[in-house]
Design a protein around this ligand. Structure first.
Ligand code: 5AD
Ligand code: SF4
Length: 451
């Protein structure tokens, strides 16, 4: 075992993936080396997710099994970070005394310091006047694609955090309690980070936030404190020399502005792909969820997005079996699927989260009914995804390669579809090639390289 080595296990969303990269970089700057497994590491960090009960259960069961690993290796320090850490705080130490440190979502930048100075073993304060610390990725080398913090594999698509937290308080959601109020990152820091990544060979950037459309609303993001919108940020990021593809996630439909829709007409490297979580097809349920839009306004925005970029691939999130959901409400959800024909969707059974408004509602839907509805929903979505993917057969698409084996490569289209490509010439990860699509599956496409 290395003297100072770490291993991070990440659960949950892209924000957590990015936070793990930041923790890895911070530890690297303080002399820690990344190990390949838990057994190798002197510090084990679980970066946790509490969005649904299942995700949280996984964390506690892994923590339980780490008790034995620590018995074998008493010098191992165990740290719990992320949303479960933020929400459960000291309770984790009481339930799992072998845990050495619990750090909240705003404390990740101080991880090396906290590991060495652990009074009280918790750092979980959530501040409303929090400023995202200036943070620029460490470059491992000037070779293309090596702007990697945390591991040394070449990656050509990278996440960049632009804001944290959420002010919306959808009634089912734990995020406003685990990530605090909305805080936007300085535009200068964002542009610097993107430039650094692109200069080192990164081709695609995904801007991250719980609700990117509110960027710049809750705190001034330029030194002059001038209003600065998400649409303006997209323009400025897209103009960075060498950036080929730009994406973002996630957007609340209520804040999807005309200015943002117009970006899809004017910004050439903004990819025609939009993740727009709707959560339910029923206005009654949307109201109980505190989503602040109706299905009609959602559909208007969808239609305008498609009018601006007809090749737009839309995806969504759906919660099945929210408290009070009737057969009729669920029919509306199924109807919405057929109306929009999403390219893909992430669907979940509603799960009670402690402290949320929905957890206190008393007309919960029976587990069995939730499961049946979820199955019907996912079956129909799979059919639609396959039909949507079939529309690409015969078309020639641009593919950014992620991995290349002797005769087959894997990459993504501008619409974020995975393509397995039969190669006809030399190709390397990070290259853009053209592929003619000849086969469609539910979750990926197959094509032949066009020279
Ligand atoms: N139960 C089920 N799904 C949830 N999500 C958020 N909170 C809950 C919950 N309590 C889903 C939403 C959100 C996605 C990230 O997770 O669909 O968009
Ligand atoms: Fe949760 Fe709603 Fe905020 Fe999304 S917009 S993070 S669902 S509270």
């Amino acid at each position: 075992m290395e003297e100072k080595s770490f291993f991070i296990k990440t659960f949950g969303c892209q924000m957590n993936i990015r936070d793990s990269e930041i923790m890895a970089q911070k530890l690297g700057e303080h002399g820690y080396i990344e190990g390949l497994s838990i057994e190798d590491a002197s510090v084990v960090i679980l970066n946790t997710c509490s969005v649904r009960a299942k995700a949280e259960q996984k964390v506690f069961s892994l923590l339980g099994s780490l008790r034995k690993a620590k018995k074998r290796n008493p010098r191992m320090k165990i740290c719990v970070a992320g949303c479960v850490a933020q929400q459960e705080g000291r309770n984790i130490l009481e339930r799992m005394p072998h845990v050495d440190l619990v750090i909240g979502t705003q404390a990740i930048y101080d991880l090396p310091f906290l590991l060495e100075n652990m009074p009280g073993k918790t750092a979980i304060n959530l501040s409303d006047s929090y400023e995202i610390p200036r943070y620029i990725p460490r470059l491992n080398s000037q070779e293309p694609g090596n702007a990697v913090s945390g591991n040394d594999t070449a990656v050509f698509s990278r996440f960049v955090t632009i804001m944290q937290g959420c002010n919306n308080f959808c009634t089912y959601c734990v995020v406003p309690y685990t990530r605090g109020r909305e805080v936007s990152r300085s535009v200068f820091d964002i542009l610097d980070e993107v430039k650094t990544l692109v200069d080192s060979g990164v081709r695609e950037i995904v801007l991250l936030g719980q609700n990117v459309n509110s960027y710049g609303k809750s705190n001034p993001v330029t030194s002059g404190g001038l209003p600065y919108s998400f649409a303006r940020l997209l323009h400025d990021v897209s103009a960075i020399d060498g950036l080929k593809r730009l994406r973002f996630t996630t957007s609340n439909p209520k804040d999807l502005s005309d200015e943002l829709i117009a970006c899809f007409a004017t910004i050439k490297n903004l990819c025609p792909q939009f993740h727009l979580p709707v959560q339910s097809g029923s206005d009654t349920i949307l109201k109980r969820m505190n989503r602040k839009y109706t299905i009609q306004t959602y559909l208007d925005k969808v239609d305008r997005l498609i009018a601006v970029r007809p090749e737009m691939a839309l995806t969504t999130d759906m919660i099945i079996g929210f408290p009070g959901e009737t057969e009729q409400d669920f029919k509306h959800t199924m109807g919405l699927l057929d109306r929009v024909r999403f390219h893909g969707s992430f669907s979940f059974k509603y799960s009670d989260r402690p402290g949320t408004m929905a957890a206190a509602l008393d007309d919960k839907v029976d587990e069995q009914v939730k499961s049946e509805r979820l199955q019907l929903f996912q079956k129909r979505q799979d059919e639609i995804s396959l039909a949507r993917n079939t529309e690409y057969i015969g078309r020639t698409l641009s593919v950014l390669l992620e991995s290349v084996q002797p005769e087959v490569a894997r990459g993504r289209t501008t619409t974020n579809h995975i393509v397995h490509v039969e190669l006809k010439g030399v190709a390397r990860p990070g290259h853009f090639i053209k592929a003619e699509i000849y086969h469609a599956g539910q979750h990926s496409l197959k094509g032949t390289q066009v020279l």
